[in-house]
Design a protein around this ligand. Structure first.
Ligand SMILES: Cc1ncc(C[n+]2csc(CCOP(=O)(O)OP(=O)(O)O)c2C)c(N)n1
Length: 316
């Protein structure tokens, strides 16, 4: 992997984290993905422009930016401004950007997006195209029945889809350790006869490498694969959740393994980047995000007539 690409992976993680931080200053309807950026950036950097991205709702913003979404429009959309992609009809972090080959969690129903991803891979296969779909989902969502229907169909039809479990160890307040029978998600997927990998979800290079090989295999007709990436949700389930259901020591231990800090340290140690270059990169990212957020925040909220036209029917 080139030095330039390693720097780009770091930039994407910084950009995602800083964007969530800027949004949280004004909007509390957000499910922070702080600590999980290596899975999101690693997985969605491993596909090409024409491939299909189906992100978990947590991290949809980071995934959108990784796929090249316009940051100002993205922030305006999350803030429900009239300049957003739906002109204010949709707000919040579930959908990320509205972009080609990008599926948000449009229904609010967890697991549905695994079905969209499998359908997308089926469409690529039926069309004779060579698009690959990558889908991410949480450990809680990994217990949904639709995952197992999808693994079965994908394996039987050798569909070009990579299932990536972004295991942040909690589903709201439920620890994964108390919810996953057998305790081994990769073993479940392997039972469907597809390659299943366990990867360090705080190591962006490891996630990228594992997903990129699975994508190459799928593109050449080898069928689906499953990647279980273990990471940690550093913040609460939503902004304002104080996460009192877990110990401060546990959170602190994982914070020391923060994926951005560890990758930044590794790039410095390997001489891929120098201190000055890295602080310039951080400053650039902060500047870009703050310029975009400042202008998006000034944008008007939508006209109530635009977002609730149906209310007229009740008024008359
Ligand atoms: C089918 C369904 N069941 C329950 C919910 C409520 N719900 C929203 S987020 C969440 C936790 C999901 O956990 P996980 O898949 O691990 O993702 P994380 O929030 O940890 O990123 C739950 C249960 C939902 N949205 N959809």
């Amino acid at each position: 992997m080139t030095n330039e690409f390693q720097r780009e992976l770091l930039r994407r993680m910084l950009l995602g984290r800083e964007t969530e931080r800027a949004i949280i200053e004004v909007e509390s309807h957000l499910h922070p993905s702080v600590g999980e950026e290596a899975v999101i950036v690693g997985a969605f950097s491993a596909i090409e422009r024409d491939d299909v991205a189906v992100p978990h709702y947590r991290g949809a913003i980071v995934a959108s930016l990784t796929r090249g979404a316009d940051i100002r429009t993205l922030i305006a959309g999350v803030l429900g401004r009239s300049t957003g992609p739906t002109r204010g009809r949709q707000r919040g972090d579930f959908c990320g950007a509205f972009a080609p080959n990008f599926f948000g969690m449009f229904s609010g129903t967890l697991g549905a997006s695994i079905g969209y991803a499998t359908g997308s891979a089926l469409a690529s296969k039926l069309d004779g195209g060579n698009q690959v779909t990558v889908v991410t989902f949480g450990d809680g969502t990994a217990n949904a029945g639709i995952l197992y229907e999808s693994l079965n169909l994908a394996a039987m039809m050798r569909l070009p889809v990579i299932f990536v479990c972004q295991n942040n160890q909690y589903a709201v307040s439920m620890p994964a350790a108390n919810a996953i029978a057998g305790g081994n998600l990769a073993a479940r997927a392997a039972a469907f006869g597809m390659p299943a990998h366990d990867v360090d979800g705080n190591d962006v290079m490891a996630v990228y490498g594992t997903v990129a090989s699975a994508v190459a295999r799928a593109r050449s007709g080898g069928g689906p694969a499953f990647v279980h990436a273990l990471t940690y949700r550093q913040q609460g389930h939503f902004v304002g959740d104080r996460a009192t259901y877990r110990s401060a020591e546990e959170a602190e231990r994982w914070k020391r393994r923060d994926p951005i800090d560890t990758f930044a340290r590794a790039l410095l140690a390997k001489g891929v980047m120098f201190e000055q270059e890295m602080s310039a990169l951080r400053d650039d990212v902060v500047g870009e995000v703050h310029a975009a957020a400042a202008t998006a925040r000034q944008d008007p909220m939508p006209d109530p007539q635009v977002v609730t036209p149906h209310l007229d029917a009740y008024a008359s």
